[in-house]
Structure formats: C-alpha cells, structure tokens
Ligand binder design. Structure first.
Ligand SMILES: Nc1nc2c(ncn2[C@@H]2O[C@H](COP(=O)(O)OP(=O)(O)O)[C@@H](O)[C@H]2O)c(=O)[nH]1
Ligand SMILES: [Mg+2]
Length: 598
C-alpha cells in the first residue's frame, strides 16, 4: 500500500478528484458536504490496475484549516498536488507547497484540475517551475477534468508510476503512529487511526501512547477496513487498543514502541532557513501533532526549541515551524522571518545550559554537525551517554560501552581518567593514613552518574579494595603505605614487643612515639600491629602465641593464671582474654574460668 495526501488551494478539485478516483466520499462531515468545503481530513482508497493499493488523505485547502492540512501531510511519503486550470497558482498553493518543502517530502505528482474550464498549460507551467524548486523536485504532471473524465486514465498511469517509485520502508523500523482520528466503539473500546510510515504493528503488541507514555495493548488492527493480524508501513491503519480510554486519546498523540523514541520537551534543531529575528514562539508541527515552542537561537540557523507538550522524536526528524502571526502580520512581529520553515532535529535530549558550555558554544558545535548526525556526534556532545538513550534517538551502529551500557567520548573519557587519578592522589596526600579515595566520593567529585564508571576509569592504575581506590599492585599484607614517621614509631614498638610480647605499651610510651588512636588504627590496617582495644596493641600473631601458652595450663584456668603464664598485667590480660573469647579461641565458663575451645 502507498499513502498519498492531497494538497492545493481551496476549490481546486482535490476532493472531487479523490471521489472520482476511489468512488468514496472523502468529506466525512455533514457540514463539509453541505458547504462543499473540506474542513477536516478525509480518507479514501483504491486498487490500481497493477494491484497496488493507494490510500488518499484528503486535506482542506482553505487557509483557516492549514493546521488540519499539516496533520494530513505530516506522516505521508507522497503528495498529489492540485492546481485548477482556470484559477492557476493561489495563496494556499504557495503555502501548501512551502509546507511540503519544509517537511522535506520528496515524492509527488502535479495534477492540473478543471481542465474542462480552461487551457491547463499556463497553470501547469507555473506550478511545475515552483515545485521544481522544492524538495519535490521534478514531478510528473497530468491535466484532468473530473467532470468530463478527460485525462483520468493518464492520472491512473501516473499514480502507478509514482507508487512504483516510492521506497518500501523497513518493517523493523520503530513504530510511531501519529493519531489523526480517535473514536470509541461500544463494546470494543478505543480506535486510533493514522498513517503508519514504517515498522510493523501486531495484534497483542504493547505500545505507549505519547506524550503520556502510558502502555496500551493492541486488541485488533484494520487496514482499509480489512482486519489484519499485523500491518507494516506504509499503511493506513485503525488500531483498537485497550488501556487508552482514560488517556483521552486525540489527534497529535502517537502510538510508539517502548524504548525506541525519545519523548522530549526540548530539542536542538537546524533550521532550513532563518530571518534576522526569531519570533519568541512558533507552532511546531510533526506528524499529526502540533504544539507551541519557545525559540532560542543558539547560532547560525541553530535553535533550541522548548516544547509546551512533549513529542516523541528521533535525531534527523523533520519538524515544520510555523509562525502563527505571519498570516496576519502584527506590529512588533519579527520582520523577515519565514512564515513556514523546516527544521531537522539534531539532539532530542539536549544538555541543560550552564554545566557544559554556554548557548553560543553549543550553537558553534551544532553548526559544524553533518546534516544527519550520527552516534559519534551525540556521544561527543554528551561526553557520557547510555546506549539505550541513543537507541531511543533512532541511532544504531553504536560503539562498545566503557562500562555497563555507558558510551563515552574518547577525549572526555581520557579527561575523566586523568581527573580521577588526580583526585585519588590528592586524597592520598590529604589522608596519608587512609589514602584510599572512597568510590562514592570519587563518583561525586567527578560528577559521574554511575559508580560502575568509577571502576572502569580506575583500571588499570587504580584498583578498588574495600570500597576505596588504591594504587593497583599494593594489594595483600602490606596494605597502603604509611608515612615514614609512623613506620619508624611502629618499628620501635615492635622492638619492645619482641622482648615482652604481652607488655602492651603504656599511654606514656605511645605519646612518646607520637602514636595516637588514628595512627594505631592505620598501622593495624596495614597489618603492622594487632589491636586488642583502642589503646592496647600487640604484635600481629600475639593472639596465636597467647593461645599456645594458655594450652600449657591444665584444664580451665582463671584470669590470674592466664596473666601469669602470659607474663603480663591485668590491664592487658583481661582485654586479651575477651578478645580471644570473641575470636572463639577461648570459652568463658559460668564460674568465670576459661578453657580453650577445640
Ligand atoms: N468543471 C469542473 N469542476 C470541477 C472539477 N473538479 C472539481 N470541480 C468543482 O470545483 C469545486 C471545488 O471542488 P472540490 O473538489 O471541493 O475542491 P477542493 O476544495 O480542492 O477539495 C466543486 O464545485 C467541484 O464540483 C472539474 O474537473 N471540472
Ligand atoms: Mg476538499
């Protein structure tokens, strides 16, 4: 199937042509039929002699209904552009063509209508020249009269050729169905219709209704009134969904595949044209959606749009920006700004200003980006970004993650690595007794979003032990290096203890050596001392040595007996025995004696 939208000035025979081609009535509303005027979108279809199905989205031509026209052409790949032979080029011919050009539609057909009323050649010539200067380029043209049937077989042939030229989109592409109609059917719930440009919708599939992002389940699908298990774009589809009622579905919402779109309230874009001064507000159109954007120029044809309602976007999406004031110029309106301008999405998740550079720097950076940005551009801009976030921007061919699903710009990553090394070194200098920088402190200092990144940045120079960054290769008994002063003091203590293993140094001796609670703790962490309590320290292994001596006592022993065999005082013996109890080396009996546990 192919889907083609009509375009052209009011009364230039669009609806009549669709009626003649399909035998169906595109003007759905009684009011439209009474007034002979298309107000809203109409839908009709036919099967060409080749078997190719063509569905038409018939749009209104009147200038008051341009937003409806834009909703109709927003999701279609091709247009049937009509100009009446007797009237020639008119204001909405111009406006519709500008919209098609802004949307970047590349396929179309020119139909000069009402050829029974006037010689079509003048209208044909001028329309062809104008169209040639747009994204449509050179198009095939036919002159017809729906009244006499003149030219209609030629039109069918031209439609065949157009349908044959249109690209077949990827059925695996992410689904984004812009809703152009929604209604409810009693007993079966909500039906949403739209033009599916690419991808596949299947029965029972779970989709999200943007912008709310709520999950809905596909109960049934129809395409051109035919029920179907699954439909791939390009197609007109009507999707019956469960779970949408309370979301008040409406035109401009979209059914999207979870995780494959960035639903965003801001986007950095490249404008196809610009004027001297941007309007503060523009209407943004994409698909059937329409919202208001605040516009901030960042640089040469680069703008940040802040959207009143979020939109599901990809990098490379084409937006149409319309100045609602341009049709009736008001005093103070931006002079020279184009009434309609196309914009290409460069970054649908732009970083907030302030942290990573000023608006003008962002403008310069984005101005240098290619027409269709790739993963490397986005990764360079964001420094660090999740692969999932880039996939949701429609990007693939992603590089290897640095950790988890984090992708990093090589330059930014090298900078972070250097900053981490510097932070670890600074911490070690500041805290010689606890030189390991805690991972969480490192994460916070570098402003990283995930601790996994600290681990990946640390290797190979640094290793994580006990939640702290330590120089790699210092693992094992040695632990972190102690300042020389402390090492010397501990060596003196150890000399004392070699002579009297259980004569823990007195407070005075510790003071004399310049050892306090902190330095003793550090020495114990380094494995140089065994700390029984805050102030009672022995040589490492003193506990095992004590157990061997206590084993010489026959049977259960008292604290006094233990003190004697260890050759020490109660000040040391009591805490040492309690330490051995905690260790499970000794066991305390109800009569306060102890025995060695076996
Ligand atoms: N004589 C003549 N009148 C036509 C032809 N096509 C459309 N019309 C008339 O032009 C008017 C506008 O047509 P319509 O299809 O509603 O135009 P639309 O606004 O572009 O959809 C109607 O009165 C049609 O009957 C044609 O080929 N010949
Ligand atoms: Mg019409």
């Amino acid at each position: 199937m192919q889907v083609i939208a009509t375009a052209g000035h009011v009364d230039h025979g669009k609806s009549t042509l669709v009626r003649a081609l399909t035998g169906m009535e595109p003007d759905r509303w009684a009011e439209e039929r009474r007034r002979g005027l298309t107000i809203d979108l109409g839908f009709a279809w036919l099967t060409l002699p080749s078997g190719q199905q063509v569905a038409f989205v018939d749009v209104p031509g009147h200038e008051r209904f341009v937003p409806n026209m834009l909703a109709g052409v927003g999701a279609v790949p091709a247009v049937l552009f009509t100009v009446a032979a007797d009237e020639g080029w008119m204001p909405q011919s111009e406006e519709h063509l500008a919209a098609i050009d802004a949307l970047g539609i590349t396929h179309g057909l020119l139909v000069i209508t009402r050829a029974d009323l006037a010689d079509p050649s003048a209208a044909l010539r001028s329309a062809r020249d104008r169209i040639a200067a747009t994204s449509l380029g050179q198009v095939e043209a036919v002159a017809v009269s729906a009244r006499t049937g003149q030219g209609m077989p030629g039109l069918i042939g031209a439609l065949e050729r157009l349908a044959g030229r249109l690209p077949v989109p990827d059925p695996g592409a992410p689904v984004r169905l812009w809703v152009d109609r929604s209604f409810s059917i009693r007993g079966s719930g909500t039906v949403l219709t739209g033009t599916l440009p690419a991808g596949t919708i299947s029965e029972r599939q779970e989709l999200l209704l943007a912008p709310a992002g709520e999950p809905v389940r596909v109960r049934g699908i129809e395409s051109l009134k035919q029920p179907s298990r699954q439909v791939s774009g390009v197609a007109r589809v009507a999707v019956n969904v469960r779970g949408a009622d309370r979301l008040e579905p409406a035109r401009g919402m979209a059914l999207i595949e979870p995780g494959r779109w960035t639903v965003t309230s801001a986007a950095d874009v490249r404008l196809a044209a610009a004027g001297p001064r941007p309007p503060q507000r523009l209407t943004v159109h994409i698909g059937s959606a329409r919202t208001v954007a605040r516009v901030r120029m960042l640089g040469e044809r680069i703008a940040r749009l802040s959207l009143a309602d979020p939109l599901p976007l990809h990098v490379g999406d084409r937006l149409l920006l319309r100045d609602p004031g341009a049709a009736a110029p008001r005093p103070g309106a931006a002079p020279g700004w184009p009434p309609l301008v196309g914009a290409t999405v460069l970054d649908p998740a732009p970083p907030a200003f302030g942290r990573r550079g000023a608006p003008s720097a962002a403008g310069r950076e984005l101005a240098a980006w290619p027409a269709r940005p790739g993963p490397a551009d986005l990764i360079r801009r964001h420094g660090l970004v999740r692969a999932g976030a880039l996939r949701a921007m429609g990007l693939d061919g992603l590089p290897e993650p640095v950790a988890g699903d984090w992708l990093a710009d090589p330059g930014h990553w090298a900078g972070l690595r250097a900053r981490l090394a510097a932070a670890a070194a600074a911490h070690a200098a500041r805290e010689p007794l606890a030189p390991g920088l805690p991972v969480e402190a490192a994460r916070a200092e570098l402003g990283l979003p995930d601790r996994q990144l600290v681990a990946a940045l640390a290797a190979p120079a640094l290793a994580i032990r006990a939640g702290c960054l330590q120089p790699a290769g210092t693992a094992g008994a040695g632990g972190p290096a102690l300042p020389d002063r402390v090492t010397a003091a501990v060596r003196a203590l150890r000399a004392d203890l070699d002579r009297h293993p259980f004569a823990a140094p007195e407070a005075g001796r510790l003071r004399e050596l310049g050892l306090d609670a902190r330095t003793l703790a550090a020495a114990a962490r380094a494995g140089l001392l065994l700390r029984i309590t805050e102030q009672v320290v022995l040589a490492p292994g003193a506990d095992a040595q004590a157990a061997r001596l206590l084993a010489r006592l026959p049977g259960p022993f008292t604290a006094a007996q233990a003190r004697q065999v260890l050759g020490t005082t109660r000040r040391v013996a009591i805490p040492l025995l309690e330490y051995l109890d905690r260790q499970g080396t000794t066991r305390r009996l109800p009569d306060d004696r102890r025995m060695l546990a076996r």
